[in-house]
Design a protein around this ligand. Structure first.
Ligand code: ARG
Length: 403
């Protein structure tokens, strides 16, 4: 096997990725472990995490501010795609992985590293997303995945780390496995592994419990241009501030929690809790605006594309020819998705109460109206129905004869 001198490790500051540092140095004999922490708007003290990597033996420790890239090139396309895996999960974690992978590959190239590494285990989706994205962008790069091979329990991993000066986690660690970024939080493990157990209130931070939400509703107007959200009410916002604002508005009313059984890529069903108030609300509003601005056959076919798009992203195929093709289709539909949607937030609900598009509305009140009738020719309906129901009528006649 070719000797590996330098590796770039995706680093989060947790036990597993910290232990990866001495593991890579000792078990693989790699002299330089460069760590990379991605800032995805998770709101952690990244400088502290960066320092922790150095204290754990990293030769260099990098932070990448990816928030803007994440929102503009990952979250916004997901909104245009109304992307929900299994019709529920807006992919807040899944969307982050290809972006982190892309950065790992770029850093590896820049620093002349021979490999990249991550701390994902063999049971989850994240390993699949990292590996597939790395393979797509740097097919020649070796991927090292210590947590898939070391067979250590959490306690053993902590002990292993302690031998190399990595302090055990100070606080009694939460029993949950949590992934956070600006788009949402994924919460697994602990008592949540029993799918009949109600999620305890303490696991939520972005959404209020219904008891604590305001008694009076808030109506929000979300304005879209070319399928991208650009303003809330009369306030035009940059993409990051817009997501923050919608997270806050929807979260305060307890909207955006998901409790689901999910089919992982690796064949395991798992119980997942998510909170993703902003992204869910924006998808809801966007889909509503499409109902007034897109033709029915486009809406119908786009639904098929959306489902496949969400599956591809969930399953790790962000960088793939099919995803690229679907993106092109989706983009081509979005030039007419301009206008606004009015939503009432109240007690965990987000209820659409209005939609309009000044330039692109296909809704014609003069046609739809039941009041005055000067445009529509009722008589023509008869001929249309004559042919529309022809094959069904032939079937019915035959059936009644054969009785
Ligand atoms: N099951 C979710 C997904 O596949 C969440 C994964 C959470 N990841 C984590 N490292 N805790 O997107």
């Amino acid at each position: 096997m070719q000797e590996i001198k330098k590796v770039v490790l995706a680093y989060s500051g947790g036990v597993d990725t910290s232990v990866c540092i001495p593991y890579l140095k000792n078990e693989y004999g790699i002299s330089e472990v460069v760590t990379f922490v991605a800032d995805l708007g998770q709101g952690e003290d990244l400088e502290f995490i960066r320092q922790k990597a150095l204290n754990s033996g990293a030769s260099q420790s990098l932070i990448g501010n990816l928030v803007n890239n994440f929102v503009e090139n990952y979250a916004f396309p997901a909104i245009r795609s109304n992307a929900l895996y299994s019709e529920k999960y807006p992919l807040s974690t899944a969307l982050a992985r290809p972006l982190i992978a892309e950065n790992l590959v770029n850093i590896a190239r820049k620093m002349n590293a021979d490999a990249v590494a991550h701390g994902c285990t063999g049971k989850g989706n994240d390993q699949v997303r990292f590996d597939l994205a790395i393979n797509a962008l740097g097919p020649d790069l070796k991927i090292i995945t210590p947590a898939r091979e070391w067979n250590m329990s959490r306690e053993e991993a902590i002990l292993y780390g302690e031998n190399f000066g990595i302090p055990a986690p100070v606080s009694k660690k939460s029993p949950y496995s949590i992934d956070v970024n600006l788009l949402g939080r994924s919460i697994e493990a602990g008592i949540l592994e029993n799918p009949m157990e109600e999620p305890p209130e303490e696991i939520f931070t972005m959404t209020s419990s219904i008891e604590n939400t305001p008694d009076s509703p808030d109506d929000v107007e979300i304005i879209f241009k070319n399928g991208f959200p650009i303003a809330i009410g009369n306030e035009f916002l940059n993409p990051i501030d817009l997501i923050k604002k919608v997270n806050h508005l929807a979260g305060a009313h307890g909207f955006g929690r998901i409790d689901m059984i999910e089919d992982r890529v690796v064949g395991i069903k798992s119980r997942e809790i998510y909170e993703s108030p902003g992204l869910l609300l924006l998808i809801k509003a966007h889909k509503e605006l499409e109902s007034i601005t897109l033709n029915p056959d486009v809406i119908d076919f786009k639904g098929v594309v959306e489902k496949k798009w969400a599956q591809l992203v969930y399953q790790g195929f962000w960088f793939s020819p099919l995803k690229k093709g679907l993106d092109a289709f989706i983009s081509s539909t979005q030039t007419s998705v301009n206008g606004k949607v009015k939503i009432r937030l109240h007690k965990g609900n987000a209820i659409v109460i209005g939609r309009s598009s000044e330039k692109n509305s296909l809704y014609r009140e003069d046609l739809a109206t039941y009041s005055k009738d000067d445009l529509f020719n009722h008589e023509k309906a008869e001929g249309f129905i004559y042919m529309w129901g022809m094959s069904n009528k032939i079937w019915a006649e035959l059936n009644s004869k054969n009785k």
